[in-house]
Design a binder for this molecule. Structure first.
Ligand code: AIR
Length: 184
């Protein structure tokens, strides 16, 4: 069967998702997003820009992303994390925010900075840290699946594997009991 236009775009390698982070120190969390997108074979680009240290670069990037073919932006930042919000202010693309657990407040500061956007400028905010980074990739895949049917089967498969993993753990716990569960 011929691929439809949307699936052709996936195959041709257009960067559908942009992952942007406030610093290279955020990479440990944001690589979780990248791994998910790789698993789903969603083309993405990754870069660094700071809402505070390089505001012009951030605004330019956000303003041009749509024209470059990007469809979703995922922004991760820590501390007073304004990256996702500033990007959302300069694009009509959906923006997913990942609060990074850097700094003495372990990401609670970044969570509030990212999630508490004023009415009119939403940022879809994930959990703090690597779990949020992972969820950002899955959430992006779910949004893209509305347009790219090839992703639906992959998401169904992903959900099945999640459930299988729980089944396996339950079987092991029921079989061995809690004392032997973690033994080799
Ligand atoms: N940050 C960078 N510019 C603005 C903000 N809020 C964040 C980064 C990182 C933290 O500050 O996203 O989580 C510390 O950055 P660095 O470069 O000092 O490690």
């Amino acid at each position: 069967m011929l691929l439809n236009e949307e699936e052709c775009k996936i195959k041709s390698g257009s960067k559908l998702v942009s992952i942007i982070m406030g610093s290279d120190s955020d990479l440990d969390v944001m690589k979780e997003t990248a791994k998910v997108l790789e698993d789903f074979e969603i083309p993405f680009e990754m870069t660094i820009s700071s809402a505070h240290r390089s505001p012009s670069r951030t605004i330019e990037y956000a303003s041009n992303a749509s024209q470059q073919g990007v469809e979703i932006i995922i922004a991760g930042a820590g501390r007073a994390a304004h990256l996702a919000g500033v990007i959302a202010a300069h694009t009509i693309l959906p923006v997913i925010g990942v609060p990074i657990d850097s700094g003495p407040l372990n990401g609670v500061d970044a969570l509030y900075s990212t999630v508490q956007m004023p009415p009119g400028v939403p940022v879809a905010t994930m959990a703090i840290g690597s779990g949020g980074g992972r969820n950002a990739g899955i959430f992006a895949a779910q949004m893209l699946a509305l347009k790219y049917p090839a992703l639906k089967a992959k998401l169904e498969d992903y959900k099945s594997k999640l459930a299988e993993g729980v089944e396996q753990k339950a079987t092991r716990l029921e079989e061995f009991g809690y004392e032997k569960y973690n033994a080799e």
